[in-house]
Design a protein around this ligand. Sequence first.
Ligand SMILES: C[S@@+](CC[C@H](N)C(=O)[O-])C[C@H]1O[C@@H](n2cnc3c(N)ncnc32)[C@H](O)[C@@H]1O
Length: 233
Amino acid sequence: MSTVAERFAARTSFTAYALPSGPRVNLGCGPVMPKGWVHVDGSRRSWLVARAPSLDRLLVRLGLLRTSAFQPGIIHHDLRKRLPWGDESIAAIYAGEVWEHFEYEDALRLTQECRRVLKKSGVLRLCVPDGVEFWKKYLNLFFEEQARESGARDAARLRRHVQMYFDDICTRPAGLKSFGHFHKWQYDEIQLVDLCERCGFQDVARATFRVSRIPDIGAVERSDFLIVEAIKP
Ligand SMILES: C[S@@+](CC[C@H](N)C(=O)[O-])C[C@H]1O[C@@H](n2cnc3c(N)ncnc32)[C@H](O)[C@@H]1O
């Protein structure tokens, strides 16, 4: 039986595909800022590095802040707003562990924005935590514990899993807490493919870790989660 990677590679016929020329953009880059990409983040620290770098350096010298993982040249931008590029000006967009930080409607608008700024045949590639894996693990834990004698069951294992859901996954940020550390949606392959298709992307398919039409995807892709790649028609 062929692997997901083989099926993806066969379907996408990489040899027949050429990425358009132009910038490759890494949305919600966090500390992942390799050369050759345009990096965008909306966190408060990226604002400081992008807009007030000397103040950032001063705060680090005074020991009030740690050295930032953000580097000069980062674009500070709240991705819930219109993307700061013209129509059909970008060759590829990657976003690793970012879409789950938006309410569904914001993610829909952002995906539409990606379609607007991508050149014809440009690539959108999204990587998010896979809700299916989360619930599979929950069910496995449940059935493992259920199979034990009632006195030997460990409810704490289930509690820890449920706690993770309410602490990190199904959580809206409150007050001054960073928006980068909370998930507001949970995706699976069907929803993520549908999201891209609803926004007019074509050839939308689940992809495998670091197997992409974008040649140097390995520079930005850190997580082997649920990955979907789509083409701007
Ligand atoms: C989990 S980190 C992912 C970092 C990196 N892409 C990776 O693959 O490891 C999510 C990033 O998305 C950024 N982010 C979340 N919401 C955002 C928003 N509304 N606008 C811009 N960036 C946002 C956060 O600041 C954070 O750096």
